[in-house]
Design a protein around this ligand. Structure first.
Ligand code: GAR
Length: 192
């Protein structure tokens, strides 16, 4: 498989988009963002717009398989080398993963395989762990179960709440996802 130089990236978002902002701010010789796709209206779309990046929404309407097909079509039209799920809060299904699974990476706010799912920071705090962190992994058919690419630990501070801990983890995530893409570029960008 031949990749562009810099790598062409599509970013999937659902939320405030601070990870997207970090990806925008670090574009350059390693990668460039060719399209941002959301499942709903969200502040991340405004960040894309301010950066002059095409931003589209594919809302989850109708059955899930047809939504996955529409999402994959929207991603494919931008011809990305890699897809980055950066705060995208929907599970990607087979119709999407059959086309992009080998080159879709997700950033998750916990040290997988601990605390998968949509409430990773809350779950880690509730368990009482002393160390949590950030994981970047390839997306497979499970919930946050795909092969791990990179991880960084974050120590839990006594007494901090979910929002405070999440913000400290996100500081780490913002650097980690950029360094993974830079690593893909350095390595010749082969998912094999
Ligand atoms: C990040 O912490 C990301 O890991 C998490 O949502 C946040 C997005 O922040 N994703 C998940 O929890 C997916 N299971 P942002 O909107 O500020 O970029």
């Amino acid at each position: 498989m031949t990749f562009r130089d810099p790598l062409n990236i599509v970013v999937l978002v659902s939320g405030t988009g601070t990870l997207l902002q970090s990806l925008i701010d670090h574009q350059g010789s390693a990668y460039r963002i060719v399209r941002v796709v959301a499942d709903k209206d969200c502040p991340a779309l405004e960040r894309a717009g301010r950066a002059g990046i095409e931003a589209l929404t594919v809302p989850l309407e109708g059955d899930r398989d047809s939504w996955n097909v529409r999402l994959a079509d929207t991603v494919e039209a931008a011809a990305p080398d890699y897809v980055v799920s950066a705060g995208f809060m929907k599970i990607l299904g087979a119709p999407f993963l059959d086309r992009f699974g080998a080159r879709t990476v997700n950033t998750h706010p916990a040290l997988l395989p601990s605390f998968p799912g949509a409430h990773a920071v809350r779950d880690a705090l509730a368990y009482g762990v002393k160390v949590t962190g950030s994981t970047v992994h390839f997306v497979d058919a499970g919930v946050d179960t795909g092969p791990i690419i990179a991880q960084k630990p974050v120590e839990v501070v006594d007494g901090e709440d979910e929002a405070e801990l999440h913000e400290r983890i996100k500081k780490v995530e913002r650097r980690l996802i950029v360094s993974v893409l830079e690593g893909f570029h350095r390595a010749g960008a082969s998912p094999d």
